[in-house]
Design a protein around this ligand. Sequence first.
Ligand SMILES: NC(=O)c1ccc[n+]([C@@H]2O[C@H](COP(=O)([O-])OP(=O)(O)OC[C@H]3O[C@@H](n4cnc5c(N)ncnc54)[C@H](OP(=O)(O)O)[C@@H]3O)[C@@H](O)[C@H]2O)c1
Length: 410
Amino acid sequence: MTSSPPPFRVGLLGHGTVGAAFEELLASQADAIGKKVGLRPQISGVLTRSRGSFEDVLDRSDLVVELIGGTDPALDYALQSLRAGRHLVTANKQLLSQHGEALFDAAGQSGAQLRFEAAVAGVVPVIRVIGETLAGAHIERVHGIVNGTTNFILTAMARTGASYEDALGEAQELGYAEADPTEDVTGKDAAAKMAILARLAFGAPVHLEEVPYEGIESITAEDIAYAKELGLSLKLIGSAERRDDGLWVQVYPAFLYAGHPLAAVNGSFNAVTIESPAITEITLSGPGAGGMQTASAVLGDVVSAMIPPSFNPPPAVPQPLVTDVESAFYLHVEVADRPGVLAQVAEILGLQGVSIKSVVQKGIGEDARLAMVMHPVLESRFRAAVDLIGRLDFVRSTPRVIRVIEEVFE
Ligand SMILES: NC(=O)c1ccc[n+]([C@@H]2O[C@H](COP(=O)([O-])OP(=O)(O)OC[C@H]3O[C@@H](n4cnc5c(N)ncnc54)[C@H](OP(=O)(O)O)[C@@H]3O)[C@@H](O)[C@H]2O)c1
């Protein structure tokens, strides 16, 4: 007669989209996990706004899963769990990007594990790959598409020529965007995820507030149409990379050439590229959200935590964060259609050391539109030139600027 494996008690905080999917997935996988690991996970208590008490869930658990979201009361519950020696698994990007150091300290002191695979790029195993698989590689750069809502909107705009507003409406109808999409479309959600990835890849504390972010609300159908003519596609990119003088962590819309591994990532998918001399580069991609997909990443963390040894990153070492770095740019400007206009724009760019890589010019009645891509230049120099161009008497609208990522991976 074979005896069933002893229980491993999982306390569940939050029973919404992800929490309910997690309970369902755990129930269906518990026997299989029990056979593999020698312990059978089971839900030992659930807390929602109307059900259960935190103290009771904590008392009756070996591990706590936090799926409430936000920081209050999630932070308090997370710290109490770790201090009590419970492993903590969370999908909460706000918690990690704003209070990561307090959580890592609490885990370090009690020896409990803190796992958060689902907090970045959903089911795409980027946390595990950076923190464990590539623990022996010197990571130079992590960048990617870490927000599925904005990628869905940009893909729809490119596919159908729709306006930003129409594409957002479609995303909301299909459930890819919230009724209030602010966190996603402003780039703030992606900034939280890049803060978490930077902390993990470079061992430096990076707080959400230190990550500059720009979203996609001002992208027009016209930008995307011009981009197609220039052989580019537009993505909301999060970058975290080592520079000579510190770390550069930022979220921004960017044009990519077709050969870039992120250029082909469409719809609500996420993808993250990790670069290190030891591995060249790898790109991981897959669904970035969804109840069951996220629950699967959470359950993977639970199973990992059931198996020693523990996984806690070493103490963070502060490094400066830099903001003015070299990049290629796209410039769109509406001008009076008369001789010498392009030459004057080019002259101002030239005086600031900005050189033009390609230009598209189109007439619109008495005016014309210039869309240009520049060779890489220090951002402050380019912005200074754009500022001067914006003041020329023949310029009809505020010039628009978008970064271009030049690398092509073939
Ligand atoms: N949804 C996704 O696709 C997705 C993807 C990646 C990561 N995440 C992350 O996963 C986490 C959960 O997201 P979700 O979409 O499942 O959220 P959700 O559907 O809003 O569920 C939140 C749950 O937390 C409970 N809760 C809220 N405030 C509470 C409080 N003060 N005390 C106790 N319980 C409280 C709610 O209780 P009631 O049931 O009583 O309202 C609900 O059960 C978040 O951190 C989110 O960022 C979600």
